[in-house]
Ligand binder design. Structure first.
Ligand SMILES: Cc1cc2nc3c(=O)[nH]c(=O)nc-3n(C[C@H](O)[C@H](O)[C@H](O)COP(=O)(O)OP(=O)(O)OC[C@H]3O[C@@H](n4cnc5c(N)ncnc54)[C@H](O)[C@@H]3O)c2cc1C
Length: 636
């Protein structure tokens, strides 16, 4: 699908030629990017086109050249691009990064380009998938309008939605699950990363916050939700977090003792066990060697992938079915217990009168053309919202529900993360193992944890803060890169704003306390890489993208690093419909019931009142089971 005009394609081509030196088929790459842009939401697509034009016409005012970017010669194009890249204006840098990251990820996802830098993965045959009654799963969108009735309508089939659907279906309740995305299997995975992102991620992978800094926060859009694209790390909620919830938010039913049974059941369902040592190879060993020499110790992470063979592509869908995402357990179990599932079906709102909601309104969409198809209207006794932290508050706002606490969409935490790359002389081939299999939590009391991370060339390329030849030189050493991540338990809070037309905008600014945690974490990872023998370290800091061994990690103290200088991502958004015993301060009660409507419950990451400081999937599933049991026992 082509969405760019011929003028926009010309600008893009000039941009590609300048950014990526060398001989390759530029038109093919422009086609690929054009197709990727077609998967963005209409707002992001519009922004992409606007930024392209801004970049082109902005050149008219550059050093009295009086030409658009397209009209500049090679030398001036290079200088102009460098000026955006190194601009002191954070907004300008962010816009250029937006274009640059999309171009780099598409270029390095071309299989021959990825192979040329040494990325040659081979995947094992997939493990068998669980069976389920196929007549209960409507995996294709309907072209005509339909009506349904049920006891419980669950909106969203991710960590929360899938777990609560199973709990209620197995309790004998008539359940219908509605999912905006499609139903995929292992045979659909293992393609190049950008193709998977278009298939499995919302908005072609471009969902982000606005603020200092702008942060990419990707989420899944498929049956199984974000569990399909996550790294498989499993943590229980830390006891001190549950204690804080009891003390500050009145969540006494969430004590470690009361949650124990739910955690155990989730872990059993997911097959949680420590990452197998044989699947932790050079990337883990290099970091382990470095960090242990600094006096810190780590351990293999608990994961939901008992037969993992280290394909290295967890976040693009597991090609071997080793990772037990919700599409391989909770969803088929729900279907076996009689639940129905509708895919490519987006809920636009629900209707209520007084304190009771009764009807869910959804529409099917064509997954390729995005054309709107038939509608689905469901009468339900109970409605469960499990659309995730960004879309549950948006759905509440679109349904014009009462908001007595004024807290819908507030209190967003994202557990921001940064990736650091070490460049070594030795061959590491970091893609050839579990990317997130080992961690260090020695500083978790300070809100800093270190977890493994490594990505295929496409998304590694988009993280390197160099351009042109320098960028290419790093990518030529792809097999000599090691990488580790830092996650910060945030004290910063964001919010989701309602925009005209039912759209939403996410605002989030990183506060100074959290910036300091990042700087401390970055210094430790940098020191660890140097101690392990790295020649240089590539940092997610615009004003300091690289430190050499000679300069040493203390260089990080030589400049004042601000939030706007950091290049971050986040994978654990939480909190926008927080639970609490006080209706004046919370969106839902301690059992997930929405304050204001008797039969609307929330069962996803949006209900947690604070950052967990750990990866949240197990907490979300345990919470959803607990809420499901309450609904079955007390409401239906
Ligand atoms: C790259 C990445 C790696 C991660 N790694 C880990 C990890 O290792 N361990 C861990 O614990 N966590 C990890 N996470 C986070 C974890 O997977 C999520 O926190 C969790 O899945 C969120 O669960 P949820 O139920 O809140 O939402 P989701 O799982 O996102 O599910 C929401 C579902 O609702 C659907 N939906 C939304 N709106 C509508 C609508 N209007 N109508 C119909 N359907 C709708 C969506 O399409 C989606 O499928 C990772 C996340 C990412 C992005």
């Amino acid at each position: 699908m082509s969405v760019l005009t011929s003028r926009e394609r010309e600008i893009l081509k000039a941009f590609v030629v300048t950014l990526i030196p060398g001989d390759f088929d530029r038109n093919k790459l422009v086609d690929k990017i054009d197709n990727h842009v077609g998967h963005f939401s209409s707002d992001v697509r519009l922004s992409f086109r606007f930024v392209l034009s801004l970049f082109d016409y902005g050149a008219i005012f550059y050093r009295f050249r009086f030409r658009t970017f397209r009209g500049l010669d090679k030398k001036w194009r290079g200088r102009y691009l460098e000026a955006w890249h190194t601009s002191w204006l954070a907004g300008k840098r962010a816009l250029w990064r937006f274009l640059g990251a999309i171009v780099y990820s598409n270029y390095y996802s071309i299989p021959s380009v990825a192979a040329a830098v040494g990325y040659t993965p081979k995947f094992h045959a997939p493990l068998p998938e669980p069976s389920f009654p196929h007549e209960n799963a409507f995996v294709k969108p309907f072209g005509h309008d339909i009506k349904e009735e049920c006891e419980v309508c669950v909106i969203g089939s991710g960590a929360g939605g899938a777990a609560i659907a199973k709990t209620l279906a197995e309790a004998g309740r008539k359940v219908i699950i509605l999912e905006d995305g499609g139903f995929f299997r292992a045979e659909d995975f293992g393609q190049d990363a950008v193709s998977e992102v278009k298939l499995l991620y919302r908005n072609g992978g471009v969902t982000n916050t606005f603020g200092y800094p702008a942060i990419l926060v990707p989420v899944g859009k498929c049956v199984g939700g974000t569990t399909i694209i996550n790294s498989g790390t499993c943590f229980r909620t830390p006891p001190q977090v549950l204690k804080r919830w009891a003390d500050e938010f009145g969540l006494h039913a969430w004590s470690p003792e009361k949650m124990e049974r739910y955690f155990s059941e989730v872990e059993k369902e997911l097959g949680v066990e420590p990452a197998e040592r044989a699947m932790l190879k050079n990337n883990t060993n290099v970091f382990k060697r470095g960090i242990e020499s600094l006096g810190y110790t780590g351990a293999p992470l608990q994961r939901n992938a008992p037969k993992c063979c280290g394909s290295g592509t967890c976040v693009f869908g597991c090609p071997t079915n080793a990772k037990r995402s919700a599409n391989l357990n909770y969803v088929p179990d729900s279907l076996k217990a009689g639940a129905k599932l509708y895919c490519h079906c987006r809920v636009s709102r629900f209707l209520y009168s007084g304190s009771h909601a009764d009807t869910v309104i959804a529409r099917f969409r064509d997954p390729v053309s995005h054309e709107r198809l038939g509608t689905l209207e469901i009468k339900a006794r109970v409605i469960i919202l499990a659309c995730g932290t960004f879309y549950t508050p948006t759905l509440l706002m679109r349904s014009h529900v009462p908001n007595p606490s004024g807290m819908i969409g507030h209190n967003l935490t994202i557990h921001p993360a940064a990736q650091v790359l070490g460049v070594f002389d030795e061959e590491i081939k970091a893609w050839n193992e579990i990317p997130q299999g080992w961690y260090v939590d020695a500083l978790s009391g300070e809100g800093i944890t270190f977890e493994g991370i490594f990505l295929p060339p496409s998304y590694t390329a988009s993280k390197i803060l160099h351009v042109g030849e320098k960028h290419r030189e790093v990518m030529e050493n792809y097999n000599k890169l090691a990488s580790f991540g830092i996650m910060v338990s945030d004290t910063s809070h964001g919010r989701i704003l309602r925009m005209p037309g039912g759209r939403a905008l996410t605002i989030y600014n990183l506060n100074r306390t959290d910036v300091k945690k990042f700087i401390k974490g970055l210094e430790i990872v940098t020191e660890a890489f140097f101690a392990a023998g790295a020649k240089r370290v590539l940092l997610p800091i615009h004003i300091m993208p690289e430190i050499t061994r000679e300069e040493g990690a203390t260089k990080l103290r030589s400049k004042k690093i601000r939030a706007k200088d950091l290049d971050l991502q986040a994978f654990h958004p939480l909190g926008t419909c927080r639970m609490g015993a006080n209706p004046k301060e919370a969106v839902c009660d301690p059992y997930g019931r929405f304050y204001g409507l008797d039969n609307v419950f929330i069962a996803d990451g949006s209900i947690f009142p604070t950052s967990l400081g750990v990866n949240p999937m197990v907490t979300i599933m345990a919470a959803a089971m607990k809420i499901g049991e309450y609904v079955d026992r007390e409401v239906l």
